[in-house]
Design a protein around this ligand. Structure first.
Ligand code: SAM
Length: 252
């Protein structure tokens, strides 16, 4: 029988690994992700000011003391709207500098593992590094269980049946557009709910979907909350919160 370590494989010098760490519970890491967290020369992660870093927190049980790590702190998060030129300028410069730091490590033949919440290719900061570094360096992306998959599993809510069309949309959209897109689909996942919760609830109600909508905060994590959206007393959720609208397609 092959050992778990052999299955997970090792890390090659000079390669960037985008490591999807799954929705929050460390047990949902893939074997490859868990192996790389231990094998790479340098573990890198993004974090908000004064915060431990969400992806880093997920893998904490796998990280030995004294590990080589690099923390990249966002210069702004949601205090400035993403469309604002200040945000774009600051975050653009931050991503350029971070990519340059990672490139220097890769040129020095280090293997670098950049942690990503959920799946690295799904609304992830990792993609901004991938876009800059993949043309010049070997990159391996390790898929992760997405947050939405973790959430619908924990909510006991199969999301699509038969030919249901699933739409995934950010809660940052304007209320009218959100309502229209919701009304057009069979099943939906609304991401980035956080401070948009009140608007999202109004849009879900206007689309006639409130009775099916489930609110999930911190799915699979400590402090998880799952309830019908209609019963959620808050107007604002934590960063890790989403709304699920399960489809009603063919059931055999
Ligand atoms: C920038 S996106 C990152 C998505 C991530 N790459 C993925 O694959 O799920 C962050 C949003 O994902 C959603 N999210 C991710 N994990 C979640 C979880 N465990 N519980 C609730 N929401 C989650 C939240 O809506 C959050 O605002």
């Amino acid at each position: 029988m092959i050992s778990l370590d052999a299955l997970a494989g090792d890390a090659r010098g000079g390669t960037l690994y985008g490591i999807g760490v799954g929705p929050g519970d460390v047990r949902y890491l893939t074997l490859r992700a868990a192996g790389l967290v231990r094998a790479v020369d340098m573990l890198a992660y993004f974090a908000k000011h004064d915060m431990p870093g969400n992806a880093r927190r997920v893998v904490a049980p796998l990280v030995e003391a004294g590990r080589s790590e690099m923390r990249f702190e966002y210069p702004v998060t949601d205090e400035v709207p993403a469309e604002h030129p200040d945000y774009q300028q600051k975050i653009g410069a931050f991503y350029r500098e971070t990519a340059a730091t990672l490139a220097a490590m890769l040129r020095a033949e280090k293997s670098v593992g950049l942690l990503a919440e959920g799946d690295p290719f799904f609304y992830g900061s990792f993609m901004h590094m991938w876009r800059r570094l993949a043309p010049d360096f070997p990159v391996e992306v390790v898929p992760g269980v997405t947050g939405m998959s973790g959430c619908w599993t924990r909510a006991n809510a199969p999301i699509t049946w038969g030919n249901d069309i699933l739409s995934v949309m950010p809660g940052t959209l304007g209320e009218e557009l959100l309502t229209r897109r919701l009304a057009e689909t069979d099943a939906a996942v609304i991401m980035k709910v956080g401070k948009n919760l009140a608007k999202v609830r109004r849009a879900v109600e206007a689309a006639g979907l409130l009775s099916r909508a489930v609110y999930v905060a911190r799915g699979t994590m400590q402090g998880e909350q799952i309830m019908p959206l209609s019963e959620c007393p808050d107007d604002r959720g934590p960063y890790f919160s989403m709304v699920l609208i399960p489809g009603q397609g063919r059931r055999l």
